[in-house]
Design a protein around this ligand. Structure first.
Ligand code: F0G
Length: 360
């Protein structure tokens, strides 16, 4: 039998992670996701641009959360916890449920009722988590799980748990390992702000180990109806089609601002219309199907280009490398996808009818 070499992010980046030889590694072989060159988006941005898509939808539960969850659940197991808990807009719950199932731990997830994508709900239920839908939003759910985990014997596995950030920083390591250096810019969507915190930590650490010659400029994007960091105030009733980032009071708000300030980057907002435009473009012109929240990172690049943000860099640099995190797979939210495109054409089962409709 051929044994695969790749053993997940803990084995690959063990020396950068808070694990020991006694840690029982709970892995589904997450990470090692492709960095796909995007000819279309590069062309739209301009001659000097090379845009690469870090397709995190290809993780075991189809989002970037698995990188953090392997570390958080392995350490929960090592510390003899019997249960994990999280609040979630969907992906964290899917990932926590899968890794807990694998580890033999109980998993409790709180989700905002009626506000998570169908695929994510199916995952949490199939992996046998205790799924509790609350009549409130993500921020209410997070407040509750913080409270519960500080009073009951359950381990919090939201990104407030530093082990999650440790695991997620490995995406930045992979990018540098693949490109041979850090990109000029790194773009990603921002919700609870754990991931921008993790990438910035990863880039800084690898830079300190001289694995990169410079640090990237970080570009974070919130959805306009849920843009507390951009506006500088919590949103009581966050709104956006991108349910994954429908968050009004991000837990890692301050850390996101640090990433922005230290990297001399920006955190900006994109409208739902801009998100859907990028969502459809990625699927129809690059063959990459992501969930709406993920496409905020691409929508943001288009917005900055239009505003002339890149002009000073274009003057100064010969080449501009942008990496863009596509956080989750498009199949997570099939209901939204079919709403946003034309339905299939229906015909009688006759050759002529098919030829006609297919425009051959
Ligand atoms: N993209 C997707 C697909 C997400 O699921 C999330 C967060 C983000 C982006 C934003 O990442 O929170 O680290 O800034 N989803 C969390 C969840 C909140 O519960 O699944 P962030």
């Amino acid at each position: 039998m051929k044994i695969a070499n790749y053993q997940g992010v803990i084995e690959r980046y063990r020396r950068f992670l808070p694990v020991s030889k006694d840690t029982p590694v709970v892995t589904l072989l997450e990470g090692n996701t492709p960095l796909i060159f995007s000819p279309k988006i590069s062309e739209i941005l301009g001659e000097k641009f090379r845009v690469f898509l870090k397709y995190e939808g290809l993780n075991p539960t189809a989002s970037f959360k698995d990188r953090g969850m392997t570390v958080a659940v392995s350490l929960a197991k090592e510390e003899k916890q019997s249960a994990v808990i999280c609040a979630s807009t969907g992906n964290t719950s899917a990932s926590a449920a899968a890794y807990a199932a694998r580890a033999g731990l109980k998993c409790i997830v709180l989700i905002p009722q009626g506000a998570i994508a169908l695929g994510k709900l199916a995952q949490a239920l199939m992996h046998k988590a205790e799924v509790i839908a609350i009549k409130g939003n993500f921020d209410d759910a997070l407040r509750l799980v913080r409270d519960i985990s500080s009073h009951y014997p359950v381990r919090l596995v939201n990104s407030l748990n530093p082990h999650r950030i440790e695991g997620q920083k490995t995406a930045a390591f992979e990018i540098i390992d693949t490109l041979g250096d850090a990109p000029t810019f790194h773009s990603l969507p921002v919700g609870n702000a754990g991931n921008i915190t993790a990438y910035w930590k990863g880039y800084k650490e690898y830079y300190s180990y001289k694995k990169a010659s410079h640090l990237p400029v970080m570009l974070g994007f919130q959805a306009k109806g849920s843009s507390p960091i951009v506006e500088g105030r919590p949103f009581k009733k966050p709104k956006t089609i991108a349910t994954a980032i429908r968050i009004g009071n991000p837990a890692s708000w301050q850390k996101a601002l640090e990433a922005k300030e230290e990297s001399k980057g920006t955190i900006d907002a994109v409208t739902d219309r801009e998100i859907v435009y990028a969502y459809k473009l990625l699927a129809s012109q690059e063959g990459v199907f992501v969930e709406p929240a993920s496409s905020a990172s691409v929508a943001g690049l288009f917005k900055l280009k239009k505003e002339g943000y890149f002009k000073p860099f274009e003057k100064k640099l010969k080449r501009i490398i942008i990496t863009c995190t596509l956080t989750g797979h498009g199949l997570k939210d099939p209901q939204l996808a079919v709403k946003k495109v034309k339905p299939p054409k229906v015909v009688e089962p006759l050759l002529e009818a098919v030829i006609n409709k297919a425009n051959i």
